[in-house]
Structures are given as C-alpha cells and as structure tokens.
Design a protein. Structure first.
Ligand code: DX5
Ligand code: ZN
Length: 227
C-alpha cells in the first residue's frame, strides 16, 4: 500500500494575528493538511497555543487538522484537542512513560494516533505499538522552533521506519527543515507527509501556492524514481 503524498503547512510560521486568513490562504494554495504545533515551554523550549486556539482555527478550512503535541504530559489534554477539532493527534515518544496508553486514548476519542520521534530517539521506540498507530512523525530537526536546518542523519531513520511498518497503512511524516531541496530525499527514503513552515509561509500570500508546489514537485519526482 503506497500512502498518498501530503503537504502539510505548519502554521507556526503563519501570522497569528491573521490566523483564519493565513489558513484559508494555504488551503487555497494547495495544502493537503494543516499542521498545528503545540508547545508547552517544558517539553520544548518554546510556547505556542492550546486547544482553544485550535478550536478558533477550525472554521477556517475543511482540511485535515494534524495536531503535533510537544507537551509533557500529553494525556490530560488529549480530550480537549479532540474536541477542538484535531483529526490526527501526535504525541512524542519521549513525553511520557505510557505511550501505549496515550495511543489507545487517542483512538478511543475517534482520532488518528501518531507518535513523534526526536532526532536522538531510535526508530525501535515504535516497534511494540505499531498496531495502534496511524502516523509516525520523524522529527528532522530538534522540536521547538521553525527555520532550523534539516538533519541528514534522519534519512536513515525514515528508511528504518518504512521497513518496520512493513506495508501497514501508516503515514510517515517528516517535520523540520523541509524545503524543495530536502523534499526529494525524505520522499525517496519513505516519507509521505511533508510538514513545512518557513518554506511555505514566505514571500506573502501570493507566493504560497508556488512554495507548496515546489515541495510537492520535488517529492513527486523522487517518489516516481523509486516506483
Ligand atoms: C518544529 C515544529 C515544526 C516547524 C517546522 O518544532 O514541529 O512543525 O513549524 O518549521 P520549518 O519547516 O520552518 O523547519
Ligand atoms: Zn510540528
């Protein structure tokens, strides 16, 4: 089963004062999903927003809401993010002692369950939860900020995750430093959901469609080669 290619703009790089318009603009510009980065100033050294913000963003688009929780603990907030309109909820493998329980909770809430792996976390962290998973997020930078440089060593981890999921219908997502220059490499390694913040939200609203298309074209070309 080949998972579809999806480009997911991260609103971390959007103008929060114009949130609804920014989301509508990337929707119209060809985004497949909208990626929302939740940070708590504890698990990561930055603070963004919570479930109420997600709920306020929700009416701006019909597109899939992909909520990336960089918070610890995550369990007490899963229900609130589900109620706010998240469709995929991703927790970090490093965020708590009971990953299996967190994933069960997300699915019990009727949502798709994801696990994120920090750059230093080995792929094997997901080995025993594969059947509870809809998405694996391989962080290609250390989480916390937009605009950081892609870590090339993550290409090997993407390939390892691809081998581990062995044809299951699980998305492999990458997040951090994704540009038209890195999109081909991550797609070739096996990633099918490409998150990008600074590479999409640049150049003003009129540039968004071209920015998304450049990432998509690079990823599609690489996927074509490997078929
Ligand atoms: C980083 C966040 C990312 C961030 C990516 O911790 O999880 O989603 O927005 O930003 P870029 O694409 O600029 O590296
Ligand atoms: Zn993210």
């Amino acid at each position: 089963m080949v998972q579809p290619l999806r480009i997911a703009p991260s609103i971390l790089s959007a103008d929060f004062a114009r949130l609804g318009a920014e989301i509508a603009a990337v929707d119209e510009a060809g985004a497949d999903w909208i990626h929302l980065d939740v940070m708590d100033g504890h698990f990561v050294p930055n603070i963004t927003f919570g479930p109420q913000f997600v709920a306020h963003a929700r009416p701006a688009t019909q597109k899939h809401f992909d909520v990336h929780l960089m918070i610890a603990p995550a369990d007490p907030y899963l229900e609130a993010f589900a109620a706010a309109g998240a469709e995929t909820i991703t927790v970090h493998a490093e965020a708590g002692p009971h990953l299996d329980r967190s994933l069960q909770t997300i699915r019990d809430l009727g949502k798709r369950a994801g696990v994120a792996l920090n750059p230093a976390t080995p792929a094997v962290a997901i080995e025993h939860v594969l059947d509870r998973l809809d998405l694996v997020l391989v962080m290609t930078v250390n989480p916390g900020f937009g605009g950081q440089a892609f870590i090339p060593a993550m290409l090997e981890k993407i390939a390892q995750v691809k081998a581990m999921i062995a044809g299951r219908e699980i998305d492999i997502e990458v997040d951090g430093g994704i540009t038209p220059d890195t999109a081909g490499d991550v797609a070739r390694a096996g990633a099918n959901v490409l998150v990008a913040g600074s590479a999409i939200f640049k150049g003003g609203t009129s540039a968004y469609a071209g920015n998304i298309a450049a990432i998509r074209t690079a990823a599609e070309a690489a996927r074509g080669e490997s078929c």
